[in-house]
Design a protein around this ligand. Structure first.
Ligand SMILES: C[S@@+](CC[C@H](N)C(=O)[O-])C[C@H]1O[C@@H](n2cnc3c(N)ncnc32)[C@H](O)[C@@H]1O
Length: 389
C-alpha cells in the first residue's frame, strides 16, 4: 500500500466519501505523498510518460521562436514576460532561455520568465535546473504583467476533474468511498457543486444509460486565472482533448480518465495513488468559453502538427534555401512532435489573445481553420429527439 493510500483510507474509514476531484487532487498534489510532489522523474524515458518537452529541446526552441515573434509584433517592449504554468522540471524554460541566449540576445534582454508552480518540490527543482538564468526567472506569478505570453503544456489534463454517470435519466456524481473490505470503491451522489451543475445543465439530456464522463470546472477557473495574469499578449495551451461536441459524443461511453505508471496506461485510478499519474482529456470548449468570458479572444484551435509546422515554416524555408539540412536529431524530434501517429494529432493548441486583434497572425496560426472556432465556442448538441429521428 502506498503512503497516500493509507492516508486516504484513514480519511474515509468513518464511512464518508469524497468527490473524485478531491481524490485526484490528493493523488497528484498532496504536499508530501502526491505524484508531482515527490523527487522523481515523471516524464521522459525514466518517468511514466512522454511529453513534447521530454522529446527533446526542439519543442522549446520552436516555441521560443514563436514567443520572440510575439515580442516583435508587440513592438519589442523593453519588458516582456513569459508565464509558464505546469513547468514540471523546468526543462521547457531552459530550452526557451537557451535558444534566446544563442539566437536572440536582444529578446533575452527584454525577457522575464515566471513559473506558476503550486508545489515547493518542483519549484526547487526548477530553480536548480535554471540556475544559469537565475536573474531572469521568478516564481512570483500572481500579479498581472503588461505584455507577454502565457504557456502551459499538459497542465489542463492534470487539473482534478469530477466524474459523472448518466443513470436513470439524470446525472449522478461518482464519489470515492470504502467498500466493506476497506478498498476504494465508487459511491454515487446527486451533484451538489454549483459549477458542475451548471455544466451538466448545459450538456443537456439523452445520454446512453451508464454513460460516464469527466467534467473539470477547475479548468475554467485556471483559464480565468491565466487571463488575469496578462494585460496584452498571447496564451498557448497545448494538451490532448476535444471540443465539447466530440468530448461528450454518445460513443465515448467510459470517459477519458487515464492512469500512467512506468509507461503503462490503465484505467484504475485507485491503483497505487501517489505513484501513478492521473489525467483526463481536456474539454477545450470549457477552456475557451471561460477564456472568452475573462476577456480573451480565441485566435485558433488546431492540432500540434499544423501549429508547429506553421511555427517552423520560416526556419525550414531558410534551411532549404541555404542547402544545409537540419541535423538528424532535429529532424527526428520534429517528426515525433508533428507526425499524426506520434504527437502531431493527439495534441492540440488552444491559442488565445488579449488586445492583439490589430496585429498580423503569428506563424503558428498559418494553418489554422477559422471555421473550427464557432464549433469550439458554441457547439450545437443534438437533442434526444434528433437522435431518435
Ligand atoms: C503533466 S505536468 C506538466 C508537464 C510539463 N509541462 C511538460 O511538458 O513536461 C503537470 C505540472 O503542472 C503543475 N501544476 C498542477 N496544477 C497547477 C496549477 N494550478 N498551476 C500551475 N501548475 C500546476 C504540476 O506541479 C506539474 O508540474
Amino acid at each position: 500500500m502506498t503512503p497516500l493510500e493509507m492516508q486516504l483510507k484513514a480519511r474515509l474509514a468513518d464511512g464518508s466519501s469524497m468527490p473524485f476531484s478531491s481524490f485526484m487532487a490528493a493523488a497528484l498534489y498532496d504536499r508530501e505523498h502526491g505524484y508531482y510532489s515527490q523527487d522523481k522523474a515523471r516524464t521522459g524515458r525514466e518517468g511514466d510518460f512522454f511529453t513534447s518537452v521530454s522529446v527533446g529541446s526542439v519543442f522549446g526552441q520552436l516555441m521560443a521562436g514563436e514567443f520572440c515573434r510575439a515580442w516583435e509584433q508587440l513592438d519589442r517592449p523593453a519588458s516582456f514576460t513569459i508565464t509558464e504554468a505546469g513547468a514540471n522540471d523546468g526543462q521547457f524554460a531552459l530550452d526557451v532561455l537557451t535558444w534566446a541566449q544563442a539566437h536572440r540576445p536582444d529578446f533575452l534582454a527584454a525577457l522575464q520568465y515566471r513559473i506558476d508552480e503550486p508545489l515547493p518540490g518542483p519549484a526547487r527543482r526548477q530553480c536548480e535546473k535554471l540556475a544559469a538564468f537565475a536573474g531572469k526567472v521568478s516564481h512570483d506569478a500572481t500579479a498581472a504583467v503588461a505584455q507577454g505570453c502565457y504557456f502551459a503544456n499538459e497542465l489542463l489534463d492534470a487539473i482534478p476533474c469530477r466524474r459523472v454517470r448518466w443513470s436513470g435519466g439524470r446525472w449522478v456524481e461518482c464519489h470515492v468511498a470504502l467498500d466493506a473490505a476497506g478498498e476504494f470503491s465508487w459511491m454515487e451522489k446527486d451533484p451538489e457543486d454549483s459549477a458542475l451543475k451548471r455544466r451538466l445543465a448545459w450538456l443537456g439530456t439523452g445520454f446512453p444509460e451508464g454513460y460516464i464522463t469527466e467534467i473539470a470546472p477547475a479548468v475554467a477557473s485556471q483559464l480565468r486565472l491565466a487571463a488575469g495574469q496578462l494585460n496584452q499578449g498571447y496564451f498557448f495551451f497545448a494538451d490532448y482533448g476535444y471540443p465539447a461536441l466530440d468530448y461528450y459524443a454518445a460513443h465515448r461511453r467510459t470517459g477519458t480518465l487515464r492512469c500512467y505508471r512506468a509507461h503503462r496506461a490503465h484505467e484504475d485510478p485507485f491503483d497505487h495513488p501517489g505513484e501513478t499519474d492521473l489525467t483526463a482529456h481536456v474539454d477545450f470548449s470549457l477552456a475557451a468559453q471561460a477564456a472568452v468570458g475573462a476577456g480573451c479572444q480565441v485566435l485558433a484551435f488546431l492540432d500540434q502538427a499544423r501549429f508547429l509546422t506553421g511555427v517552423a515554416a520560416p526556419h525550414l524555408q531558410a534551411m532549404e534555401a541555404s542547402g544545409v539540412p537540419n541535423p538528424p536529431a532535429w529532424q527526428r524530434q520534429f517528426q515525433t512532435l508533428t507526425h499524426p501517429a506520434h504527437l502531431g494529432q493527439k495534441f492540440h493548441f488552444l491559442v488565445l489573445g488579449k488586445k492583439v486583434e490589430h496585429l498580423p497572425p503569428l506563424p503558428g496560426l498559418s494553418f489554422a481553420r477559422h471555421a473550427a472556432i464557432p464549433d469550439l465556442l458554441d457547439p450545437v448538441f443534438a437533442s434526444p429527439d434528433d437522435e431518435d429521428a
